[in-house]
Design a protein around this ligand. Structure first.
Ligand code: AGP
Length: 608
């Protein structure tokens, strides 16, 4: 979703603002803008659509100044037009904002009565005017900034410049992430650490409700109640290389290819010979095992949780509930004692998932909450009682790939670890499963080196209206994920179904033009899947089989075969990830869509 950058430097900042916005493109946006403050005047450029429009404007008419703010906007209030793009200005103030000001209509009305006029349809535009009013009342910016924040309902991350104070940048955070950066050359405010790659050496994470200002020499941070707070500077956990495509045509393809390395990192981090240990979630090793597990997430992360439910229930023999965060938070769930909450999130900033964590902690503070997250500095990771980091590295393609595989991998390890403690998995069995996970690293490399099966399968999607994905057991949620991946990046309609459920409705879709991807590894009820395959085949569909058997007579029913190496109970879904992701990728390329930034999508969904 929206991205924020602010820079206060010893040199002109426009190019850095644009470069930072470019590094945040992956978050999803539909317009962008930058504004600098130079010799007492604001200089502003805005453009609807992709960033190159803004860059072209800057090339024609570069804006001067050593202090500036920039924004990529993902429209919520008002269409993605130039007028609605940020920054929003009053006479004295320029502001960029992420989040939603829920009481903006009341504020707008009040400000209107005081003679203020608005040009955009956004909620954000009330902010510069409100601050200006408060500055006039208080006669000083610090109390005015605090009073402005006190009137806001909703979520925000804000960066602002004030015309009379060209040597400072102002900021605030509530419900939307924000961090500061510094280098010898300047100070920065950003919504995303990636924005600061190549600019800052060190970062400071701003906590919920905090606000303040930076100058070239100092940082003042205050809590919501106005008390000063201190935070340490930490090294920026990223380099400029992390934000590049590494020679691949798209970020998504690069990230698919990074998966063997990600799995290797995960095994190195958590497996020590045949012991699995989660150093940032020690309660998993010391407290009694939970009597119930609740797993909550959104989108792809939710699909990873659904697969893990099969694993956890089989080995722990306790109820495992899995829900979509936006449903769970509004459905009055009954949370008993001895319940472990597991939230899953690539970004760790997904608004609904975060709210579930907060609700769970409010309602049952005696329980523990574990986050499986790719961003250790994220709100979700920091507010949970324990963290299992995904070690996938920055994921920039909007469609989640390597983080999903990493979630499956750590969930497999978590299951084994808890099953070991419960006495449900002998150490010899555990060692066998771990050997399979190690073999998966090289198996993935081999699959990525030869994707001919996927290429052949992708040609069956030419000119189709949609596709069906079928699987059973832990591979049923993988069918959901395969379908989601295809729709996200190719814009083809796709449905994922439990193979056994097909005859209860979706079978009506089948004709000779429909590609049906059948996930059929031998691990999960293969005989049943083959029966479902016959039902599909009898109706003339274009069947694409994902299989790990070397040969079988039922392969004759397929229009395309995608072979995966043989896995075991835990490793098979990890192997299935690769062809599902590559297939969606190849189909999207064939259709010529914007693979890394598909229309309407945001990488990190920070509003509900
Ligand atoms: C995945 O391809 C998606 N773009 C999306 O479903 C994503 O998984 C979802 O928004 C949750 O994000 P999170 O993992 O960062 O919480």
């Amino acid at each position: 979703m929206c991205g924020i950058i602010g820079a206060l430097c010893r040199y002109e900042v426009r190019d850095d603002l644009l470069a930072a916005l470019q590094r945040m493109e992956y978050r999803g946006y539909d317009s962008a803008g930058i504004c600098t403050l130079h010799e007492g005047a604001f200089h502003q450029l805005k453009a609807a659509g992709k960033l190159h429009h803004l860059k072209e404007k800057n090339a024609r008419q570069p804006i001067p100044g050593c202090v500036g703010i920039g924004h990529t906007r993902w429209a919520t209030h008002g269409e993605p037009t130039m007028v609605n793009a940020h920054p929003h200005l009053s006479e004295q103030v320029a502001i960029v904002h992420n989040g939603i000001i829920e009481n903006h209509l009341a504020l707008r009305q009040h400000l209107h009565q005081r003679g203020r006029n608005f040009s955009s349809q956004t909620d954000t535009e009330v902010l510069p005017h409100l601050l200006e009013e408060k500055m006039a009342e208080c006669g000083d910016v610090l109390p005015a900034w605090r009073d402005m924040l006190a009137e806001l309902h909703g979520a925000y991350a804000i960066a602002a410049m004030i015309r009379a104070l060209p040597g400072s940048l102002w900021f605030a955070r509530k419900g939307s992430p924000l961090l500061l950066g510094r280098s010898e050359q300047g100070m920065y405010v950003a919504s995303d650490a990636l924005a600061l790659a190549g600019l800052a050496d060190e970062v400071m994470y701003i906590e919920e409700g905090e606000w303040g200002r930076v100058t070239l020499d100092a940082v003042d941070v205050y809590a919501l109640d106005g008390q000063p707070v201190q935070h340490d500077w930490e090294p920026l956990p990223l380099s400029v290389e992390d934000s590049g495509k590494g020679g691949f045509r798209h970020y998504m393809l690069k990230e698919i290819h990074e998966q063997p390395g990600v799995l290797r990192n995960i095994l190195r981090a958590y497996v020590h010979e045949t012991t699995i240990r989660f150093e940032q979630a020690m309660f998993l090793h010391s407290r009694p095992l939970p009597e119930r597990i609740v797993m909550v997430a959104c989108g792809t992360s939710y699909h990873a949780a659904l697969t893990a439910r099969y694993w956890l229930e089989r080995y722990l023999q306790i109820p495992v509930e899995v829900d979509i965060a936006s449903e769970y938070r509004y459905r009055d769930p009954v949370i008993g004692d001895n319940t472990l909450l597991i939230t899953l999130s690539q970004s760790g900033e997904t608004a609904d998932t975060l709210e579930v964590l907060r609700m769970f902690k409010r309602q049952t503070p005696q329980n523990r909450a574990l986050a499986l997250c790719n961003v250790a500095s994220s709100s979700l990771a920091r507010e949970s009682d324990g963290l299992i980091e995904l070690f996938a590295g920055p994921e920039i393609g909007v469609a989640s790939t390597k983080a999903y595989m990493a979630q499956l991998a750590v969930l497999a390890l978590l299951t084994m670890c808890m099953a070991g403690r419960a006495g449900a998995l002998k150490s010899s069995e555990m060692a066998g499963h771990l050997r399979y996970l190690e073999k998966t690293v090289t198996d993935m490399e081999a699959m990525l080196a030869d994707s001919s099966g996927v290429l052949q399968a992708s040609s069956l999607f030419a000119g189709v209206k949609g596709a069906l994905y079928l699987g059973r057991g832990p591979c049923y949620p993988m069918a959901l994920e395969g379908a989601l991946k295809l729709k996200e990046i190719s814009y083809l309609h796709a449905e994922g179904y439990a193979a056994g459920e097909m005859k209860h409705g979706p079978i009506a879709l089948i004709d000779s033009t429909l590609p049906v991807v059948v996930i059929a590894p031998k691990q999960y009820h293969l005989d049943k899947v083959i029966s479902n395959l016959h039902e599909v085949q009898a109706r003339g569909a274009r069947v694409i089989l994902i299989v790990d058997l070397p040969e079988a007579d039922w392969f004759a029913h397929a229009s395309a075969l995608i072979r995966i190496p043989e896995g075991d109970y835990f490793s098979t879904p990890l192997l299935v990830c690769i062809p599902l992701q590559l297939l969606a990728y190849e189909v999207a390329c064939m259709y010529g869509t914007d693979v890394d930034q598909p229309r309407n999508l945001a990488k990190s969904v920070t509003v509900e």
